[in-house]
Write a protein that binds this ligand. Structure first.
Ligand code: BEZ
Length: 229
C-alpha cells in the first residue's frame, strides 16, 4: 500500500480513510509540504528551514478552550523563540475570522498573539496532516501539535480531543527533549526535564553489554544506564 497525501477512497493502491481524512503523517519522515494563507501573509513549510517549527491546529476561532490555549501559546512564545522554535497555528476558519479573533483577544485580555495562523478553508493542510478525526468532528480540526525539525523532518506529534486544552509545559518539555537527544545522542526517561539525568543508548552487542557495567554510568543493569550532561 502506498501512503497517499490526500484521500482517494476509490484508489485501491492508497491506504487512506474515507470522508476526506487521509492517514496521519509518520515520525522521522519529511513533514508534508504546504503553501498556506496565514495572518502574516503566505507561508510555506520551506520558509522554516533551519529552525524548529511547532505547527498546531485548533478546532475553531472564538471558542473558549481555544482562547485559553492561544493565551497560553502566547505566554510560552518567548521561551520557544529562545529555543529557535517558530509557532504556527491552523484552523479551517477564514483569515478574516482569525484576524477578528486575535484582535478580540487583545482587546479583552491585553495579550498580543505574536504567531501566524493558517486559514485552511479547504482542509488541504488539515487532511495531509491527519488533523480531522471524524469521531471527534467531521468539520473541525482536533488539537494537534507537530514538532518539525530544522531539516523539515516530523519528529513528534501530539493529539488532544476537542474538550482538553493542551499542556504548554509538555510542549516545551518535548522540544527540550528532542533538542537534547539531537545534541547529545541520548534518550530521555519518563518525566524527564532539563537538568535531569539522561539515558545512555543501550549496548547493541554482547561485548559492549559486558563492558557497560564497568563504565562510569549510573546503571540499574547493562540495558538501563543514566548519566548527567
Ligand atoms: C473550545 O475551544 O472550547 C471548543 C471548540 C470546539 C469544540 C469544543 C470546545
Amino acid at each position: 500500500m502506498s501512503h497517499c497525501n490526500c484521500c482517494d477512497c476509490k484508489n485501491e493502491h492508497c491506504e487512506c480513510g474515507c470522508e476526506g481524512v487521509s492517514v496521519m503523517p509518520r515520525l522521522n519522515e519529511p513533514a508534508p509540504a504546504f503553501d498556506a494563507i496565514t495572518t502574516h501573509g503566505n507561508l510555506r513549510l520551506a520558509d522554516f528551514e533551519g529552525r524548529w517549527l511547532i505547527l498546531f491546529s485548533h478546532p475553531a476561532d472564538f471558542t473558549p478552550v481555544c482562547t485559553t490555549e492561544f493565551l497560553a501559546f502566547a505566554e510560552i512564545y518567548p521561551e520557544l523563540q529562545k529555543r529557535n522554535v517558530d509557532l504556527l497555528g491552523l484552523s479551517v476558519d477564514s483569515v478574516y475570522s482569525h484576524i477578528a479573533w486575535v484582535r478580540n483577544i487583545e482587546e479583552k485580555t491585553g495579550a498580543k498573539i505574536p504567531f501566524p495562523i493558517i486559514a485552511d478553508l479547504n482542509n488541504d493542510i488539515a487532511s495531509t496532516y491527519g488533523m480531522i478525526m471524524p469521531g471527534e468532528s467531521s468539520t473541525e480540526t482536533v488539537r494537534c501539535v507537530f514538532f518539525i525539525d530544522p531539516k523539515g523532518i516530523l519528529r513528534a506529534m501530539l493529539y488532544y480531543p476537542l474538550t482538553t486544552g493542551r499542556n504548554m509545559q509538555e510542549i516545551l518539555r518535548m522540544i527540550d527533549a528532542l533538542q537534547t537527544t539531537d545534541e547529545h545522542k541520548v534518550a530521555t526517561p519518563a518525566n524527564w526535564k532539563p537538568g535531569d539525568k539522561v539515558i545512555v543508548p543501550a549496548p547493541k552487542t554482547q561485548d559492549s553489554a559486558e563492558t557497560r557495567m564497568k563504565e562510569e554510568y549510573e546503571c540499574v543493569d547493562w540495558y538501563l544506564c543514566k548519566k548527567s550532561l
